[in-house]
Design a protein around this ligand. Structure first.
Ligand SMILES: Cc1ncc(C[n+]2csc(CCOP(=O)(O)OP(=O)(O)O)c2C)c(N)n1
Length: 391
C-alpha cells in the first residue's frame, strides 16, 4: 500500500501538474490527496469522456496530465480515447480502478466491466500496467509510464485495485458564491445566417492571439475552408468534446480561448457547461452554432428548438450569455464579450446547410495538435482579447 502523498511526490517529480476525472471509492484517497494539495489542480468533470477531453486541452496548453476514473466510466471515455487521443496523438496518464475484479466480491453492476477492463484498454490500443502499489515501485513505474507516453504519444493506463492507497483526509477548497451572470438577447426573427457567414464574421473579428477549438463535423471543415491558421484546432471526432478541450486549454493559458460548438455536440455533453461555469475561466468564449439539426450527418433534427442554451449556460454559472439569430446580433454579442470577464456564451440560431466546395482539414490531427500546442507555447500576450470592430 502507498499513501496519496507518496503518489503525489512521485507524480510531481515526474512533471504531472494537471489532474481531472470522476471519482471512484477505490480512488478516494488519491483524489482527496490531490484536492487537498493547494499546489495541484484537479478539475472534477461531469463525465469520464469530458475528463479525457479536458486533459487533452490541458496537454495542448503544456501540462502533463492525469485522468482518474472508475472502470465503469471506461465506456464513457472510449469515444475520446479512440477518436481524440488516438488520432491527435495526445498522451495522458490514465488511472482506472478495477471494480468487479473476478473473485473479489463486488456489486453486480461491476461484474461485466470487471471481466473486460484489461481487454478493453488493450483493444483501444493503450499500453497498461498494474498501479504501482508499493512505495519502491512508484519511481520506476513513473519513469516507465512517462517513457512510454513520450515514445508512443498515447495515453498509458494504470489499473488500480481496492485498497492500494491508504485513506487520506479531504480538505478541499469550498466553492465561492459568485455574482449572477448577465444575459443580453438580440433577436431579429429574419432569415437565419449560414454557419459560414457567422464563421467569416468571427474570423474577421478575431485577432491572431486567440486560440480556437472547432467542434467535429462541418463546423471544423468550414472553418478550415475559410481560413487555416496555427491558432485553430479542428476536433474531428470526439463529438461533444470540444468544450471540454477548450476548458482544459483556457485553464492553462492566458490567451483568449474560443470554442465553436454545435447544438448536437453541446447536447451530447451538456454537463460540460456546468463544469465550465464552475471552474469559470475568464478567458473562455463558447460560441454555439445552433442549426437545430445534425447537419454533418444529413440534417436530422436535434432537440435544440426547445432548449434555451443561453439560459442553461447562465444557470451553470457563465458570466455573460447572449442569444441571437442574425449576423448583426452575433457581431453585437461578440463586441459585448470583448473585454468582458468570462466564461461567456453566444448562442446563435443559424440556418442548416453548408457552404459549397466544403474542404476537409488537410493537416493531419497529430500535426494540427502539435501546431496548436506550439502556438499556445509562444510568448503569451499580456492582454489577450478578441479584437472586435462592429461594422
Ligand atoms: C460520438 C459520436 N456520435 C456520432 C457521431 C456522428 N456525427 C458526426 S458530426 C454529427 C452531428 C453533429 O451535430 P452538431 O453538433 O449539431 O453540428 P452540425 O453537424 O449541425 O454542424 C454526428 C452525429 C460522431 N462523430 N461521434
Amino acid at each position: 500500500m502507498i499513501t496519496a502523498d507518496d503518489f503525489i511526490a512521485h507524480a510531481t517529480r515526474a512533471g504531472f501538474d494537471f489532474y481531472t476525472g470522476v471519482p471512484c471509492s477505490y480512488l478516494t484517497p488519491l483524489i482527496n490527496g490531490v484536492l487537498s494539495d493547494r499546489a495541484l489542480r484537479y478539475v472534477g468533470a461531469a463525465s469520464e469522456g469530458e475528463a479525457v477531453a479536458i486533459a487533452a486541452g490541458a496537454w495542448l496548453a503544456g501540462r502533463r496530465t492525469v485522468v482518474m476514473c472508475q472502470n465503469s466510466g471506461l465506456g464513457n471515455a472510449v469515444n475520446p480515447l479512440t477518436s481524440l487521443n488516438a488520432p491527435f496523438a495526445i498522451p495522458t496518464l490514465f488511472i482506472t480502478t478495477w471494480r468487479g475484479r473476478p473473485g473479489e466480491p463486488d456489486e453486480p453492476q461491476h461484474e461485466v466491466m470487471g471481466r473486460i477492463t484489461h481487454d478493453l484498454i488493450g483493444l483501444m490500443g493503450l499500453e497498461q500496467a498494474d498501479f504501482p502499489a508499493q512505495p519502491d515501485q512508484l519511481g520506476p513505474a513513473f519513469v516507465h509510464a512517462v517513457a512510454r507516453m513520450e515514445a508512443t504519444s498515447h495515453p498509458f493506463a494504470w489499473v488500480l485495485r481496492k485498497g492500494e492507497v491508504a485513506d487520506a483526509d479531504l480538505d478541499q477548497p469550498s466553492p465561492q458564491p459568485r455574482a449572477p451572470g448577465r444575459r443580453e438577447d438580440v433577436r431579429e426573427g429574419g432569415a437565419r445566417p449560414t454557419r459560414s457567414a457567422v464563421l467569416q464574421r468571427f474570423l474577421d473579428r478575431t485577432d491572431e492571439e486567440t486560440a480556437v477549438v472547432a467542434t467535429t463535423g462541418k463546423c471544423g471543415r468550414e472553418l478550415f475552408t475559410l481560413a487555416d491558421r496555427p491558432q485553430h484546432i479542428y476536433q474531428v471526432g470526439s463529438m461533444g468534446g470540444a468544450s471540454g478541450m477548450a476548458l482544459g486549454v483556457a485553464l492553462n493559458t492566458a490567451r483568449k480561448v474560443v470554442v465553436l460548438d454545435g447544438d448536437g455536440a453541446a447536447l451530447m455533453k451538456l454537463g460540460a457547461l456546468a463544469t465550465i461555469g464552475a471552474y469559470a475561466p475568464s478567458n473562455l468564449l463558447h460560441i454555439l452554432l445552433d442549426n437545430g439539426v445534425h447537419d454533418s450527418t444529413g440534417g436530422q433534427a436535434t432537440v435544440s428548438a426547445t432548449v434555451d442554451f443561453a439560459g442553461v449556460a447562465l444557470a451553470c454559472g457563465y458570466a455573460y450569455v447572449a442569444s441571437c439569430d442574425s449576423a448583426a446580433g452575433f457581431e453585437e454579442a461578440l463586441a459585448a464579450c470583448t473585454g468582458a470577464s468570462g466564461p461567456c456564451l453566444i448562442h446563435i440560431r443559424i440556418a442548416p446547410g453548408s457552404m459549397d466546395r466544403l474542404g476537409r482539414p488537410t493537416v493531419k490531427p497529430a500535426e494540427v495538435a502539435r501546431r496548436f500546442k506550439a502556438f499556445l507555447a509562444e510568448t503569451t500576450p499580456s492582454a489577450p482579447r478578441i479584437a472586435v470592430t462592429v461594422s
